[in-house]
Design a protein around this ligand. Structure first.
Ligand SMILES: Cc1cc2nc3c(=O)[nH]c(=O)nc-3n(C[C@H](O)[C@H](O)[C@H](O)COP(=O)(O)O)c2cc1C
Ligand SMILES: C=C(O[C@@H]1CC(C(=O)O)=C[C@@H](OP(=O)(O)O)[C@H]1O)C(=O)O
Length: 397
């Protein structure tokens, strides 16, 4: 099974990740990792930090002659901003006593509870690790699972459906025709927009909403639509709570900083409608399994993939650091004070959609590996093809 960990402070020397359990024989190019890192840095509404960083991963182990060798892959990404933080983030001796402690927590960030929990008088260490800078290491780590899935015909893609009040008008026929080519066709199309939206008017409205929020010292969140195509029926299981694939996918998405809601298929609309208008009716005889005219279940029934496209939505809350700050207090003096301000994004929903694509990859890869077993790509592919053929034969008319 694929497991990964990340380490690194936002303004420390580097981020690192160790990915373990990848099958051997997967072809990996530096672009497979670095393209995802570059995509994560895009998006209208980001702050000054993204002008400093040009994220690239150094591979320290686990890949030989362009292929995984089954051993752990260690990755490192330089923080270019570190050179501006060597004193404030010195690992050993405190270089001087003039480094001020931050003592006014930002509502909505990890600041207040983090400093109480870990016993700090300065919020800085909380900011450093709670920061979504960590997602650069996660995206690099997960890009390996994403590449593995691509090599067995499973693609992950996303677009941003709304930012603040703007969006939600993407046409379903456009979406369907992109998804028919595979989820990566959708994602490539979304990548051409600075806010990763599919409709020009949505894009213009979103850019205007971000500009307005920035002008007012405010921030915006939004909603991400995520799709996974090429997934065979029967990944995941209903037999035990910790084998439920819908739960694992939701957990992966909620683990992203600022993601507070996940929807599977059209779950919230489904809750408002009777079963007769919700459940995806079954019809015999499509090429690779039963056919359905709808996909309100989002490709998951009984916590297993049902052969339809997996469709998830994730809600990102607005960024917590406001340039027109909210009420807070100084934890040292206990006096009321407007909250701490530091360099920040106005909106990071487009970046978040790229992170969302990444974090679901190991979840799907592990569900696949549980089904096929196998330690190297060739044997996994052989077993998967056999399984796909079995399913196709079963539903053939
Ligand atoms: C890509 C990305 C960029 C973010 N940028 C910022 C930022 O610039 N300023 C900020 O206050 N929060 C930012 N956040 C959100 C915080 O990291 C997050 O709200 C904080 O760690 C508290 O965690 P929670 O929101 O999950 O409770 C960003 C999140 C993501 C996914
Ligand atoms: C560094 C990244 O995002 C950061 C996430 C973040 C936060 O609080 O989560 C705060 C900001 O950090 P800084 O204070 O250095 O500007 C963002 O730029 C990144 O995505 O690579």
């Amino acid at each position: 099974m694929i497991r990964y960990f990340t380490a690194g402070e936002s303004h420390g020397p580097a981020l690192s990740a160790i990915v373990e359990g990848l099958p051997s024989g997967i072809t990996i190019t530096p672009e497979d990792i670095n393209t995802e890192l570059a995509r994560r840095q895009q998006g209208y509404g980001r702050g000054g930090r993204m002008k400093i960083e040009t994220d690239k991963a150094v591979v320290l182990s686990g890949i030989r002659f362009g292929k995984t060798i089954g051993s752990p892959v260690a990755l490192q990404i330089e923080n270019r901003d570190w050179k501006n933080w060597t004193e404030k983030m010195a690992q050993f001796e405190k270089p001087n006593e003039d480094i001020p402690a931050i003592s006014i927590p930002r509502p909505g960030h990890a600041d207040l509870t983090g400093m109480i929990k870990y016993g700090f008088e300065d919020i800085r260490p909380v900011i450093e690790r709670a920061s979504a800078r960590e997602t650069a290491a996660r995206v690099a780590a997960c890009s390996l699972a994403k590449t593995f899935l691509r090599s067995v015909g499973i693609q992950i893609g996303s677009y941003v459906s709304s930012i603040g009040p703007a969006g939600e008008t993407a046409s379903s026929s456009r979406l369907e025709s992109l998804l028919a080519e595979g989820a990566e066709a959708l994602t490539k199309e979304a990548d051409t927009s600075p806010v990763r939206m599919l409709e020009k008017t949505d894009e213009e409205n979103a850019v205007a909403a971000i500009d307005k929020a920035k002008e007012e010292g405010d921030t915006l969140g939004g909603i991400i639509e995520l799709f996974i195509t090429g997934v065979p029926m029967g990944l995941g299981s209903y037999v035990q709570h910790d084998r439920r694939l819908d739960a694992e996918l939701a957990a992966a998405l909620i683990s992203i900083q600022a993601v507070k809601g996940v929807e599977i298929g059209t779950a919230f609309d489904n809750a408002r409608n009777p079963g007769s208008q919700v459940h995806d009716e079954l019809f015999p005889g499509a090429a690779h399994g039963p056919s359905r005219k709808t996909n309100r279940a989002g490709g998951l029934e009984g916590s297993m993939t049902n052969g339809s496209v997996i469709h998830l939505r994730a809600a990102m809350k607005p960024i917590a650091t406001l340039m027109s700050p909210l009420h807070s207090f100084d934890i040292t003096s206990m006096e009321a004070h407007l909250s701490h301000i530091e360099r920040s994004d106005t909106c990071a929903v487009p970046a978040c959609s790229v992170i969302a694509e990444a974090v679901v990859a190991p979840v799907i890869a592990n569900a696949l590996l549980k089904k096929t077993g196998g330690d190297h790509l060739a044997e996994i592919l052989e077993r998967l093809e056999e399984y796909r053929a079995e399913i196709a034969a079963k539903f053939k008319q």
